[in-house]
Design a protein around this ligand. Sequence first.
Ligand code: 13P
Ligand code: SF4
Length: 319
Amino acid sequence: PAEDGARVAEIKRLLQERNAVLVAHYYTDDAIQQLAEETGGCVADSLEMARFGARHDANTLVVAGVRFMGETAKILSPEKRVLMPTLEATCSLDIGCPADAFSAFCDAHPDRTVVVYANTSAAVKARADWVVTSSIAVDVIEHLQSRGEKILWAPDKHLGGYIQKKTGADMLMWDGACIVHEEFKAKGIEDLKALYPEAAVLVHPESPASVVELADVAGSTSQLIKAAKELPHDKLIVATDRGIFFKMQQMVPAKTLFEAPTAGSGATCKSCAHCPWMAMNALDNLAGALRDGMGEIHVDEGLRLKALKPLERMLNFQR
Ligand code: 13P
Ligand code: SF4
C-alpha cells in the first residue's frame, strides 16, 4: 500500500539522518527484512545479529526482533544508542525464567556450569557462565562436557533436550518452552510427508523432541536457510516461524517450501506458526522509534558488566 511506501521512505531518510543501522531477525515482517537489506543493515539469526551490531560503527542500532536481542546489542555496545520498534516484544522463554527464581536454582547447584540460552533477560545472563544461541549451543556444550563439566541449562527444555541427546552431557534443565515451536506436532508433519514423501524436513530445535526426530536437518534459523540451499531436495517442509520464508524462498526460488502444520491446523495450512512478539515490529513503530527515540534500551551498568562476560565467551568461542 501507498502508506507503506511513504513509511519506508521516511525510515530510510531517518536511518541516514540519525547515523543508524537496522538489524532485523528472520522472523520479522517481510517489509522490515527488505528494508534492512536495502539500507546496509542485516537480516540474521540471533548470533549474527549480536556480531553485526557489535562490529558496526553506526551511532544507533535499531533492533527489530524481541527484547533480548536489543538488550544483547546494548550489553555489547554500551556506547551506542539501541532502539527497538517496541519494548513490549518479549519471548515466552524470557518470561518463563524470572531472574530471582533462576538465581535460586543456580544457588542450589553450585557445582554446575551455568549455560543460558540467549533468549533471556540481562539479569539472567548476568548469573550465567556462558550464553549460547541455537547455532552454537551444541558446540559449546560439547566443549564443556569434554572438560568434564556438569551443566545447568535454562530456559528451553526442548533445545536443552536436543543438545543433551547430541552431546550426552549431564544437563540439569529449567522448564521453559517457546510457545511458537511447541505447537508443531509430529503427526501433522508425518501427514504432510505422506503427501510429499520426497520432501526434506527442516526443524528449529526449540521444537518438541518428537518433531526434531523427523528432521533431516535441525538448526538455527541461519543454519536452516543454509540447509535449504545445500540439500538436493526440491521440496522442503519447514518447522519454524513463518517469517523465515521471506529469506529462504529468496535463496531457493525454484524450490517448494511447505509450512509445517501446528496443533489444530490442517496438513496444508497457511501461516501456521508466527511469534506474537516478533509480529509487534512494524513499519509504523520502527519509524516512530527513529523519529522520537522511543523504545530505547537501557541496561544497568553493574548488570551489563556481569552479563557481558558470558556473552563475550560465546562470541570468542572457537570450535
Ligand atoms: P535463532 O538464533 O535461530 O535465530 O533463534 C532465535 C529465536 O528466537 C528462535 O525462536
Ligand atoms: Fe521467543 Fe519463540 Fe518468539 Fe523466538 S519464536 S522469540 S523463542 S517466543
